[in-house]
Design a binder for this molecule. Structure first.
Ligand SMILES: *[C@@H]1O[C@H](CO)[C@@H](O)[C@H](O)[C@H]1NC(C)=O
Length: 317
């Protein structure tokens, strides 16, 4: 085989790799016009405009201390517990200085209405709890991204609607972030639970898939973080505006892109142990989703390496 053959094969392989990554790469869906509005617990059907979308260089000054972003897709059965816990905590500790932004990702079970009912039950001031309804389902990553781009807090947490993480552990994440003077991420983590009942009780196949995914995350993902998938992560505003305008990934593995964007830009990242319990009704179909996650993971890493995803150009305009 001549040197020309080898060069030819190498070039062909590079082209195939490049096109495969482009094929599997994501473009975030642009928000639709009515997705820039929210409702709250005042007169029915009144819509209010969200604050302007964050950009990496925006001069916006956060107006409140804490934003909680909760992505929801048909969460009526689980959201109640999560809201009870978080509203009690926030009312006592941050009254008047927080917001809860529910991003309803195209639910069909009345999740949005349910959330507003909760706000009424707690007699919250209007505008503390805000519900943004996405007209079309985007996926968890898309919902979280949309919420964070419109958050008003000095510190913003995204938290899963199932309430699997003990909400009051937010104070651990917050006390870390308050000590940082550059863009930083506090990462709720279950890594300390690996050998405890909560994990061992899972089925063999589930653990197997978890370890497989962890290995891939180790190779292609973020080595300094053990638990990338816990739905409890907090950011200071500097990190929010330098991460979320760049996001591409709309589905599950978006966590890894978030952390990757933090790592590439040399932000402070810290894993912080949180209390976590398994909640029934997980939406992750492990067999199907682990494969999708594995693909996304490799694609995300390689897309940044090859410059298919770029930092200096926002994923969305
Ligand atoms: C307020 O915060 C403290 C410290 O994090 C916590 O111990 C307490 O339970 C919180 N209040 C409520 C009602 O959750």
């Amino acid at each position: 085989m001549s040197i020309y053959h080898v060069i030819g094969i190498v070039i062909a392989l590079i082209i195939i790799l490049y096109s495969t990554i482009i094929l599997f790469s994501h473009q975030p869906r642009e928000p639709l016009p009515n997705e820039f509005f929210y409702t709250t617990n005042d007169e029915e059907n009144l819509k209010y405009e969200l604050p302007p979308r964050a950009t990496p260089n925006s001069q916006y000054k956060p107006e409140i201390e804490i934003s909680i972003i909760i992505p929801c897709y048909n969460e009526i059965s689980r959201l109640g517990k999560m809201l009870d816990e978080s509203i009690e905590y926030l009312e006592e500790n941050y009254s008047g200085n927080y917001e809860i932004l529910i991003v309803d990702d195209g639910s069909t079970d009345g999740t949005a209405k349910f959330a507003i009912t909760k706000a009424k039950q707690f007699k919250l001031q209007p505008h503390i709890l805000r519900v943004v309804q996405l007209a079309k389902n985007r996926g968890k990553g898309g919902a979280v991204t949309h919420g964070l781009l419109h958050s008003r807090g000095k510190f913003s947490l995204f938290a899963d609607a199932d309430g699997a993480t003990k909400f009051s552990d937010i104070h651990k994440l917050l006390s870390y972030l308050k000590q940082q003077d550059k863009p930083s991420i506090a990462i709720g983590s279950r890594a300390h639970m690996v050998n405890t009942d909560a994990v061992v009780k899972r089925s063999f196949i589930r653990n197997f898939l978890m370890y497989g995914l962890h290995t891939l995350v180790y190779i292609f993902g973020i080595r300094q973080v053990q638990d990338t998938q816990c739905g409890f992560k907090m950011f200071n505003y500097e990190a929010v505006k330098k991460i979320f305008p760049h996001m591409h990934t709309e589905r599950w593995i978006f966590d890894v892109e978030v952390l990757l964007l933090g790592e590439i830009q040399n932000f402070n990242l810290k894993e912080i142990a949180v209390n976590w319990q398994e909640i029934e009704g997980s939406k992750v179909d492990l067999a199907r989703d682990s494969i999708a996650m594995a693909i996304d993971l490799v694609v995300t890493r390689v897309a940044y390496l090859l410059g298919i995803y770029k930092l200096n150009e926002c994923g969305r305009k």
